[in-house]
Design a protein around this ligand. Sequence first.
Ligand SMILES: Nc1ncnc2c1ncn2[C@@H]1O[C@H](COP(=O)(O)OP(=O)(O)OP(=O)(O)O)[C@@H](O)[C@H]1O
Length: 607
Amino acid sequence: MAQRTFSPQKINFKESLYSLKFIPRFFQEIRSVNPLLFYLNITGRLISALLPLLMLWVGKIIIDEVVLQIDAINKDLSFLWWLVGAEFGLAVASDLLSRGINLTDSLLGDQYSIDSSVKIIKKTAELNLDQLEDADFYDKLERARRQTAGRVTLMSNVLSQVQDIIVVISLLVGVVSFEPWLILLLVVSIAPTIMNEIKFNGTSYSLARSWTQERRELDYLRYAGASDVTAKEVKLFGLSDYIADRFKILSHKYFLESKDLAQKRALWGSFFNIISSAAYYIAYVLIVFNTIGGIFSLGDLTFLSGSFNRLRTKLQGFFTRFTSITDKALYLNDYFEFLDLKSENEETEKLPMPKMIEKGFEFRGVGFKYPQSENWVVRNINFELKAGEKLAFVGENGAGKTTLTKLLLRFYEPTEGEILLDGIPVDQFNLTDYQTYFGVIFQDFVKFELTVRENVAVGEINQILNQSKIDEVAQKSLANTVVEKLPMGYDQPLGRRFKKGKELSGGEWQKIAMARAYMKDAEVLILDEPTSALDARAETETFNRFINLTKGKTAVIISHRFSTVRIADRIMVLKNGTVEEIGSHDELMENDALYAELFNLQAIGYQ
Ligand SMILES: Nc1ncnc2c1ncn2[C@@H]1O[C@H](COP(=O)(O)OP(=O)(O)OP(=O)(O)O)[C@@H](O)[C@H]1O
């Protein structure tokens, strides 16, 4: 494992403040999720913010009234009962409001979290493959995804902060109108908290951010060590201790660093808190002396000490929460940065795709290096894929066959040279229209843990309700033979993740994947080793059907089995990223070069 040195990029206070710039956009998003709940929440908080002052004030009048009635000769308690009733009413209102606020907080939070997850999924789909394969991008996605729950807390934190500002202002007005010098002591009592927060502001985020990659590694190790997909090999090779140790070592490092931070925070926090408490008690003693000296009434004493204490805790809470807000707002930064990522293929005015392919595709001097890689994977590639032709790619592992199909599909731009469709460079066509032209089965096609119907329909998802279409493609691809054996037929969930899920064999999955390719009446079909797991009989049948059913369609077939490959109109042999030979089976056999050698080698193997 590569050793990492910990050097968290420290976020300073100014940067933390800067992170708040996304808060208005954040609230716009929340409001748009559910305007009614949003405004109810705000209103509830505004009313609730005024209650503490009112309650303290009523408390003060009650005590003054009690003192008055103790000394009174003719006792009249009616005003006192009114006051007690008012205080009771305020207490009930305060409780109801805070429950209402919590409820709307959690409902809004849930809705917002769904909304932001959907946005992340949609944005991911918009981006290019090379952006998705980039490690920095992945870190950004990781941070955007990870903080979904944090964003919900951020929402209630910001709203509570606004609410507390109103509480503080109202209490301040109350205290100042009595005794302005108390403000001085208040400043002394909260200054330590402010210093503490400025000192540690941004540190948790810096630490978490510097560990994004490692956390991804930890997630992966957790998955590799505890999942049904890896279980077979983990057991058989006895890997569990190795994976667990690797997990332990890495997570322990993170634990040590966060422990260090948490300890420092706790230590400084306690120290500053002692100073703050001392300032409060000085104020308290002063209020008590003034009461004994007859300047304040008993009611004033309770009101002032209560208000002062509340002010202190509210202000301390305000600054502590401020750190938590800026910390979370830094993640908000990541989230919005992710949503604002530009797809490198932002469509400008582009040509519409032709209705029919006239001549076909042409690779002209194409060379390609994967992003962030120095090596040429393919180079000097020149060939034509003629309209209606079935062209097979063969070559050893890593020769570049799949890469050529990815270039044809415009998942990547060639590093040099160009690809033309009917003589026009393909990048002049609208990308979405262009890719809609293709029906593809990838070598590593996705085995969705969904129903058979969904797994077939993903080839053209808006046809999912078209049962006759699904039946038709299942017959074409032989997937019907798989469906017939499943107890729930098309409604059978596949995979083992969910209850009632059934796992299919590799060949059965390939038949389902093949059905996807037929779902769309695509002009061009690309089959990347679609039959590698099929038995010999099924493979021959699948290919013969494919050739018959797609007459007139253009297709690229990648296969290592020469018995399949020979059915193609032409075969292109790749070696080390260049075209070695191209021609029909008979021509290449006559050529007696690499193709003939490989063909004969396999033919001997089958004898
Ligand atoms: N996303 C990627 N990023 C970087 N390198 C890649 C990527 N995908 C493939 N490669 C490299 O490109 C080379 C060609 O891979 P490609 O998948 O095109 O080969 P292939 O001929 O289809 O092989 P196979 O027969 O094994 O499927 C390989 O050396 C591989 O390591």
